[in-house]
Design a protein around this ligand. Structure first.
Ligand SMILES: Nc1ncnc2c1ncn2[C@@H]1O[C@H](COP(=O)(O)OP(=O)(O)OP(=O)(O)O)[C@@H](O)[C@H]1O
Length: 293
């Protein structure tokens, strides 16, 4: 195992950030092993972009500590180990695609031109076209080429799927899965599109109200929860404290509970493992109700 594989790709210890109006992120403690595809999810204002800003060093913590690829983020540009793609995708509209890659090459000694061009080919982006004339989807591919052309250890993508149609989203997610598979790159992507994250993510970070609500290996998280379905009325077959979320509809009651297989051994209730989407939605709804209460 290399040094890169053996240390966490990122680690936060009681990390917090306060802006003038109040805390955007508080008491965030987590670790992500290297080589994972990490889904960073949460409602608007949950603190996801703030967290990414702290990981890049563009923001400084108010309290606690953060370590990325074995070091404190410096905020110095360029940091060849970490690539960050913000929601705004910082490209120069007057540049051609070739110019944009040349710019990336001049700023990064580790630049791999063939690797960057591979992303342009995947996105069917003409190298001679001006950035300003490209579609939102094509700009996403150029931004990915720039972010991944340096072979970073860790790439942080803030809403990379936002400008893409469903087919293009699938292509980008497949390309990211391949990047991790071939190069061991750790990929963190924030998104509101839970169903699509399900296909590629093996690690989940769920934020709400500026706090980490759920974090860990997706398989472990799924194994530690059960969806119980049963009748609308009557007692529930598990202690109330284990219920994360309850929904009631025409087809009965569905409970997301913090217990693995075998939870609530009651013949009237049927248990099954949650999907990643069910798990995340359950925690997001619970956080929403907590704020509303
Ligand atoms: N520069 C800033 N100055 C003051 N407050 C800020 C700043 N940036 C973010 N905030 C506040 O911090 C909180 C968390 O915002 P953040 O942008 O990190 O959330 P988010 O999860 O990325 O949201 P979204 O999904 O809408 O992008 C919000 O209440 C937001 O208003």
């Amino acid at each position: 195992m290399t040094q890169r594989e053996s240390r966490p790709a990122l680690r936060a210890d009681r990390l917090g950030k306060r802006y003038r109006r109040g805390w955007a992120l508080r008491d965030c403690t987590l670790a992500v092993p290297s080589g994972r595809v990490v889904g960073l999810v949460g409602p608007n204002g949950a603190g996801k972009s703030t967290f990414l800003g702290l990981l890049t060093g563009l923001l400084q913590p108010t309290e606690g500590q953060v370590e990325v690829a074995g070091a404190r983020p410096s905020g110095r540009q360029p940091d060849h180990r970490v690539s960050f793609l913000s929601q705004e995708k910082p490209l120069y509209p007057q540049f051609t695609v070739e110019d944009q890659l040349r710019f990336g090459r001049s700023a990064n000694p580790q630049w791999d031109q063939a690797h960057a061009e591979h992303y342009l080919t995947r996105g069917r982006v003409p190298a001679g076209a001006r950035i300003g004339t490209l579609s939102g989807g094509q700009r996403t591919w150029v931004a990915l080429a720039v972010a991944l052309g340096t072979h970073p250890e860790l790439v942080l993508l803030d809403e990379p799927l936002a400008d893409l149609d469903p087919v293009a989203r699938g292509s980008v997610l497949a390309a990211l899965a391949e990047e991790r598979q071939r190069h061991g790159t750790t990929i963190v992507l924030s998104s509101h599109v839970l169903a699509e994250l399900e296909e590629v993510c093996d690690h989940l970070l769920l934020f709400a109200g500026g706090q980490v609500r759920l974090a860990g290996d997706v398989r472990d998280l799924i194994a530690g929860h059960t969806v119980l379905s049963g009748p609308l009325g009557g007692p529930i077959p598990v202690p109330a404290r284990t219920v994360v979320d309850a929904t009631r509809g025409d087809r009965g009651t569905h409970l997301l509970v913090t217990a693995g297989a075998g939870a609530g051994a009651d013949p009237v209730w049927h248990g099954r493992p949650p999907t990643l989407t069910q798990l995340a939605l359950g925690y997001l709804r619970a956080a929403h109700e907590e704020v509303a209460a």
